[in-house]
Design a protein around this ligand. Structure first.
Ligand code: AHR
Ligand code: AHR
Length: 480
């Protein structure tokens, strides 16, 4: 059985079921998600294998030598409640038309029972939505939700959510949302410790219990795979959570609606959001693997069976990198492969990261400026960071998508901005260096300056022309 078979047996059927990793009904054989590739704009759908796990190999072959975005996350419930690129609302997204960004198809690789699959890696600016969903709870009607998330990928911005929200993409008032929130925002509510927490986004408030601010019963929770559940019915709601890889769910809150005005009764509108707030606030980050919304208030017993099903799916980590291996502690130089520039290497001039012509006969200073010590990724040890050879303690990081050489300030933001995941070079040469936190973006030289660029994004440096060449670098032993 799949999670939605279990919810059906419990009398609270799924009315939306989303996953890029597996079928959520044992009999589901339809598409899980659609990807679109950068080379020619073609799309394809990815379906489950006979095991129920997504056919990641089909994605890998369709996307070989180019970039791919997740364009549609299909609803497996049969109601057509698919998730697509979120439109502008109270806030605009970063795309030129105010839409949010789409997720990279390769940002969140995992295995389920040993078979590779990809989750949905939500960077700030990314979001999915369905403002015309059918069958989802409206008003004060009962519903349940769960999601499997990456407990190490979060931030404090508003709002990495999955669940029920406004059909207008605007803040229409307290109680107009009921969604799972995951992250360490402290603006509205907190649980115990420093977070991240599972909370409920009920609009104009992230709630960890009935009180408006701190509810100590809601613990910080950061397993690599987190099961998060929120459910609500008249006069009652609950937060539950656990480790998706083992054990059972705990109840972190179960009780009355918040006493602040507007939350009892609720005024749910029934749209579905992923990765954003009700008003299209899109500063948050997180990773989504699977999740559902139900009709009716699921029993704890039903949710416990769903948790057992998730544990049996055996989510596990897998490599974030491919292509030529990098060795931590080694020193490297990175040579451009675009025809214009094959004698140019990634160097720095002060805090500017650019390319310059360097050779074995160059002076010591330029050789050192073009030499980088490979470190375990400051923000994720499955990837890498590049420390300047001549300025120890300073690393290549992106800021506003421009690469800079900055001293490590010890912050989580810096660590994440300085973490890059090499993969086989998109043009077939060397390596392409994907920004861990923005996996649509790669080291790119553009007018000899280094950026993290996406293939066809809104910035000048995101231009599609010569993208594959500009993002492919041959990495070799360093000059200095
Ligand atoms: O409730 C928190 C956030 O407040 C909602 O997600 C958003 O719509 C509003 O900004
Ligand atoms: O480079 C993109 C983002 O810009 C970085 O993550 C952040 O430091 C800055 O806001």
């Amino acid at each position: 059985a799949g999670p939605c078979d279990i919810y059906s047996s419990g009398g609270t059927p799924c009315v939306a079921a989303h996953s890029t990793t597996r079928a959520l009904y044992s009999a589901y054989t339809g598409p899980l998600y659609q990807v679109k590739r950068g080379s020619d704009g073609a799309t394809t759908t990815i379906s489950p294998l006979s095991s129920g796990v997504a056919n990641a190999a089909a994605q890998d072959s369709f996307c070989a030598g180019t970039t791919c975005l997740i364009t549609i996350i299909y609803d497996q419930s049969g109601r057509g409640n698919h998730l697509t690129q979120a439109p502008p609302g109270g806030f605009n997204g970063p795309e030129s038309n105010g839409y949010d960004n789409l997720a990279s198809a390769i940002g969140a690789p995992v295995t389920l029972n040993g078979q590779k699959a990809y989750g949905v890696f939500i960077s700030p600016g990314t979001g999915y939505r369905n403002n015309a969903a059918s069958g989802t709870a409206k008003g004060d009607a009962a519903e349940g939700m769960y999601a499997v998330l990456d407990g190490t990928h979060y931030n404090g911005a508003c709002c990495f959510d999955y669940g029920n929200a406004e059909t207008s993409s605007r803040d229409t008032g307290n109680g107009h949302m009921e969604a799972i929130y995951y992250g360490d925002s402290t603006v509205w509510g907190t649980g115990s410790g420093n977070g991240p927490w599972i909370m409920a986004d009920l609009e104009n408030g992230l709630f960890s219990g009935s009180a408006v601010h701190n509810n100590a019963g809601d613990p910080s929770i950061s397993y690599r795979f987190v099961t998060a559940a929120v459910k609500g019915q008249p006069n009652q709601w609950a937060i539950r959570g656990g480790n998706s890889a083992s054990g059972s769910l705990s109840t972190f809150y179960n009780g009355a609606r918040p006493s602040a005005s507007g939350y009892n009764p609720m005024s749910k509108e029934g749209a579905i959001i992923l990765g954003i707030g009700g008003d299209n606030s899109n500063g948050a980050q997180g990773t989504f693997y699977e999740g559902v919304m139900t009709s009716g208030y699921p029993s704890d017993a039903t949710e416990n069976s769903v948790q057992a099903n998730i544990v049996a799916a055996k989510y596990a980590v897998t490599s974030l990198t491919s292509g030529p291996a990098l060795t931590t502690g080694s020193s490297v130089s990175l040579r451009a492969t675009t025809a214009c520039c094959t004698t140019r290497y990634i160097t720095h001039s002060g805090s500017t990261v650019n390319t310059q012509v360097v050779s074995s006969s160059s002076a010591t200073a330029p050789k050192q400026q073009a030499s980088w010590t490979v470190r375990a990724g400051l923000g994720n040890s499955g990837c890498f960071s590049f420390e300047s050879k001549d300025t120890p303690g300073s690393y290549i990081r992106h800021n506003n998508f421009v690469l800079l050489l900055n001293a490590n300030d010890g912050s989580k933001q810096f660590a994440e901005d300085a973490t890059f995941c090499p993969q086989a070079g998109l043009n077939g040469q060397g390596s392409s260096l994907r920004a861990w936190g923005y996996p649509t973006r790669y080291f790119r030289h553009y007018d000899n300056v280094l950026y993290v660029a996406s293939n066809g994004g809104v910035h000048t440096f995101d231009a599609t022309g010569s993208f594959n060449d500009d993002v492919s670098f041959v990495i070799s032993a360093s000059f200095a």
